[in-house]
Design a protein around this ligand. Structure first.
Ligand SMILES: [Zn+2]
Ligand SMILES: [Zn+2]
Length: 106
């Protein structure tokens, strides 16, 4: 009766090839489950993305200001970008030592 029995092409799945396919993802910031067209999306909203960018920038700046005092070896956060010593006492101590050392050697 039917000549083309068994040779029917598979039916294209409705929506599978469409662009409206969404992925269930969890926001890396607030932990909310959200749907996104991009499987690699990390954040539910631009607000969460902005929060991460700000935090990252803040951490980078904080790390850059994290220094180890060359005199006492303690780690401190430099208040100024050119701060080298943990305190004025250490800075003066090194300065004094350097000058007295030079005088003693000379
Ligand atoms: Zn979020
Ligand atoms: Zn120090």
């Amino acid at each position: 009766m039917t000549r083309n029995a068994g040779t029917q092409p598979p039916m294209p799945e409705q929506g599978a090839m469409g662009s409206t396919r969404r992925h269930q993802l969890t926001c890396a910031v607030c932990g909310r489950v959200f749907a996104s067209a991009r499987p690699q999306a990390l954040y539910c909203s631009s607000g969460c993305k902005q929060a991460v960018l700000l935090q990252r920038r803040h951490e980078a700046g904080w790390r850059n200001r994290h220094r180890r005092c060359p005199r006492c070896g303690s780690v401190f956060v430099a208040r100024r970008s050119d701060g080298v010593f943990c305190s004025g006492a250490c800075r003066q101590a090194v300065h004094r030592k350097r000058t007295t050392h030079m005088k003693a050697q000379a």
